[in-house]
Every structure is written in C-alpha cells, then in structure tokens.
Design a binder for this molecule. Structure first.
Ligand SMILES: CC(C)(COP(=O)(O)OP(=O)(O)OC[C@H]1O[C@@H](n2cnc3c(N)ncnc32)[C@H](O)[C@@H]1OP(=O)(O)O)[C@@H](O)C(=O)NCCC(=O)NCCS
Length: 190
C-alpha cells in the first residue's frame, strides 16, 4: 500500500475536454449536497441520499481524512464551464500485491446522458494505468442500472459476468455485473 500512499495524499488535477478531476474540498459541500440529496442518484449506490448538508460535510471530512492517510479515494468532478462540482469518481480499493483496483462513481442527475462519466472514467483509467501502474481495474454495477455498464463498456472495460445477489442494498439483495480492463487491453486502444 505504501507504494500508492503518496499518489492518494496528493491527488493531481486532471483535465479532460469538459472536466477537471481534482481532490474534494470542504467548499464542495453546497454543490455536492444539491445532487447527493436526490434519491435517484443514490438508488443504485451503497450510500443513502443525504438528508442535510451536515451529512455532506461529514462525508467530505471523511474523504479528506482518507487523503491525509494516503488511502484510496475519489476525485471531485468539476465542470470547467461553470466551476460546479457535479460528481465524484475514484478508487474504492487498491491491491498492491495484484496491482488491481476498483473504480466507482456518481453524477448529479442534471448532467446524466451527456457523456460526462465516460469522459471521467477514461481519465481515471489512464491515471490508474499510467501513474499507479496498475494491471487490472474493475468496476461493478447493479444489473438494474445498465447506464453504468454502458459507461464501462465505452471505456473498453469488458463484461466478466454477474454475481447473483452479491450485495444487500437499500433492503434488498442485488445482482451485480462485473467489468474489468487489463493494462494490455488499455494499451491496445490508446
Ligand atoms: C450511471 C451514470 C454514472 C452514467 O453517467 P453518464 O454521464 O450519464 O454516462 P454517459 O452519458 O457517459 O453514458 C451513459 C450511457 O448509458 C445509456 N443509458 C442511459 N440510461 C439508460 C438506461 N436506462 N438503460 C440503458 N442505457 C442507458 C446512455 O444512452 C449512454 O450510452 P450510449 O452512449 O451508448 O448511448 C450516472 O447516471 C450516475 O451517476 N448515476 C447515479 C449514480 C450511479 O448509479 N453510479 C454508478 C454506480 S455503479
């Protein structure tokens, strides 16, 4: 894990066409609460819709303490055009022995279906392969949330199968689709 500590405690600013991926800040609370309070955004993820801005601030405190400890964490997704913080994307865990990791992401409803998460995931995969020197990056989504699978597929991740009732989310067991991309796959398409 030591290997990755300095990366996660100093997450870079990464520019894409429409976004800047950068570390989360306490000043993101208002923008984040605006989308994180929406139950449609949290429907298929493991967190619940935020009930107050204090929950958002608590989350941001936690995220920043993870950075300080050099643990895997998420980037804020900031829209270049307006400076609005509209979502998060990042690494859930990293396994230094296997050079593997899992990515996860969320985006405010107002910005769905504009290709923004595809843009953010592509940049995050690049960071994973080129900076973290990973060999395999995984992602998973609830089978009821196919839009997330489209994002993974657009970025060259390959569908590996469904794990039935793998997780309990919001009171019910959920089937989970697993995708992954290997360094070799990445090099072939970039
Ligand atoms: C899932 C999510 C990340 C997608 O982000 P996005 O920026 O809208 O994704 P993109 O615009 O890059 O791509 C969306 C793709 O899904 C497709 N899509 C949208 N709704 C769909 C649906 N109900 N069924 C199937 N495909 C769907 C779009 O058509 C597009 O595919 P295409 O380009 O082949 O046409 C976003 O909706 C989100 O954050 N949702 C809430 C949190 C969440 O579910 N996170 C993922 C947890 S695994």
């Amino acid at each position: 894990m030591q290997l990755y500590t300095s990366f996660f405690s100093n997450l870079p600013h990464i520019e894409t066409d429409r976004l800047v991926l950068r570390p989360l800040q306490m000043s993101d609370a208002r923008d984040m609460y605006e989308y994180a309070r929406d139950p449609e955004v949290s429907r298929y993820v493991l967190w619940d819709a935020h009930k107050s801005i204090w929950e958002t601030k608590r989350f941001l405190h936690f995220a920043r303490s993870q950075y300080r400890r050099g643990f895997p964490g998420s980037f804020a997704m900031e829209l270049k055009e307006s400076g609005r913080m509209i979502g998060t994307i990042g690494f859930m865990w990293v396994n230094p022995d296997y050079k593997s990791a899992e990515v996860g992401y969320s985006l405010g409803r107002e910005w769905w279906n504009k290709g923004l998460m595809t843009e953010a995931l592509d940049a995050t995969l690049r960071f994973g392969f080129e900076e973290l020197k990973l060999n395999r990056i995984e992602a998973q989504h609830d089978t009821q949330n196919p839009a997330s699978g489209r994002v993974m597929a657009h970025c060259g991740m390959r569908f590996e199968g469904v794990m039935r009732q793998r997780i309990m989310n919001k009171g019910t067991f959920r089937d989970v689709a697993v995708y992954a991309i290997l360094k070799n796959d990445w090099q072939l398409i970039h």
